[in-house]
Design a protein around this ligand. Structure first.
Ligand code: EPZ
Length: 418
């Protein structure tokens, strides 16, 4: 078993390079299955465990996959299997994008029920509603979701809840449907737009991604193309918050500052200095932080995936902060771990009240999910003494080279095999 060992208290300085966006890459790699001709060359893919799992799953379907650093080359012309049922499918959430992609191309798919972070119930009713509206029969049983039809016909689909996964999954099926599909009340996250741009580069006809209505005109076939994944908004936000927490000055490079606006605005409100460049943000912090209130919302609101790192930062802000988690019902599991380090937080349902304390102290803690893991790393960096974090399998699903990146900035952090 591996653990991260952190000696807290160092200020951090320097430059850090952000990797490709996890939540874009994990949709774009399955979407490559839609290409019946040519080869897809996907660049700026993060080196994380979710990507490793997806590569194995794609190979199990008959794709030929080659990886060269951050480039993944996928030849999907010879896909012979529409059943994704190897162990890796159940380890991650994004394997369910193969439902939309395989349904689009082969009009048939069966994918084992996905796993992912234990942050709430995570229903897929909106995905199913979308596939059924396009004409597919959907069956959930024996631990898998199966979809099948003779043909997909474009239609109007109104999502009852704003869902990143349902928007992307249904978009993948609709690109090869007959006629036009309109998605109303879709998610507008940067990764939704990135997937639409990728599909358009393959020959799809999608307009309006990132707005309230997405219009998709079905095309006959898609071809492989070369595409570069956008930078990871959440990884960038995590390093911004870590800089605010440790104190110091860090320039976070390879970002799209527009995607970080909600995070930058909150940090500014707390007294942190943020300087935006064309493709970078510089964060300067004296650790003199003010309490703020946070409410998570779909994009462009404050991202739920940054709530756990942010509520960790708030443990040392002066005054009382209120954090409202409106997307996931169980996304405060990091709070019990923070309490072991001296944080004062009361959770009542979806609201956490954080009373700022003078200091956190090192402890043995667990990363209960991916972003809780990032939260624990930030807590360890800002605490006095040594923090030991277990549960690295969660962190490794989404943060490439986390200890190397923080070491480069001057933090004392190492990975140990226990
Ligand atoms: C994606 O999950 C991300 N995962 C999550 O990031 C992120 O927290 C979430 O979007 C919200 O931004 C990936 O992209 C792989 P949703 P997803 O469908 O697609 C409800 C991380 O840390 N809902 O937008 O599963 C659902 O219960 C991960 O990187 C339905 O009711 O999220 C939730 O309350 C964790 N029915 C809300 O919608 C559905 O059919 C948003 O979920 C689908 C969702």
């Amino acid at each position: 078993m591996e653990k991260l060992v952190i000696s807290g208290g160092n200020k951090i300085f320097g430059n850090i390079e952000i990797s490709g966006a996890k939540n874009a890459a994990v949709a774009i790699l399955p979407a490559a299955v839609l290409a019946s001709k040519g080869v897809s060359t996907i660049e700026n893919v993060p080196d994380i465990d979710d990507v490793k799992c997806l590569v194995k799953i794609l190979e199990s379907l008959g794709c030929k996959v080659t990886r060269n650093e951050s480039t993944v080359i996928i030849d999907s012309t010879e896909v012979h299997n529409v059943k994704a049922n190897i162990e890796e499918v159940r380890k991650m959430r994004a394997s369910y994008y193969l439902l939309g992609a395989l349904l689009g191309r082969f009009k048939e798919a069966s994918v084992d029920l996905p796993g992912g972070c234990p942050i709430g119930v995570r229903p897929i009713d909106q995905h199913i509603k979308g596939f059924e509206a396009l004409g597919a029969d959907v069956e959930v049983g024996y631990g898998a979701v199966s979809v099948k039809t003779d043909k997909l016909i474009g239609t109007n689909i109104y999502f009852d809840v704003v869902s990143v996964g349902a928007t992307m999954n249904v978009m993948m099926a609709a690109v090869l449907a007959e006629g036009q599909t309109t998605l109303e009340n879709p998610a507008k996250e940067p990764h939704v737009v990135d997937l639409a741009n990728y599909l358009n580069s393959m020959g799809a006809d999608i307009k309006g991604a990132g707005t309230d209505t997405i219009r998709i005109k079905g095309v006959k076939e898609l071809k492989g193309c070369t595409y570069s994944v956008i930078p990871d908004q959440i990884e960038a936000g995590t390093y911004m918050i870590a800089t605010a927490a440790c104190g110091g000055e860090v320039t976070i490079q390879n970002v799209i500052p527009k995607h970080l606006e909600a995070i930058s605005a909150k940090l500014t409100e707390m007294g942190v200095e943020i300087i935006e460049g064309d493709d970078s943000v510089t964060v300067k912090s004296e650790r003199n932080l003010k309490a703020v209130n946070i409410k998570t919302l779909p994009y462009p609101g404050f991202p739920t995936d940054i709530q756990q790192p942010m509520s960790t930062l708030l443990t040392m802000a002066k005054g009382r902060s209120m954090v409202t988690e409106s997307i996931w019902e169980s996304r405060f599991k990091h709070v019990d771990e923070l309490k072991k380090m001296g944080a004062k937080i009361d959770v009542n349902g979806r609201v956490a009240i954080v009373e700022g304390v003078e200091k956190l102290t090192g402890a043995e803690v667990i990363a209960t999910d991916l972003r809780a893991g990032a939260a624990m790393v930030i807590a360890g960096l800002m605490a006095e003494g040594e923090t030991i974090i277990a549960g690295l399998e969660h962190i490794d699903r989404g943060y490439p080279y986390i200890e190397d990146k923080f070491t480069k900035l001057g933090a004392t952090i190492r990975r140990e095999t226990v």
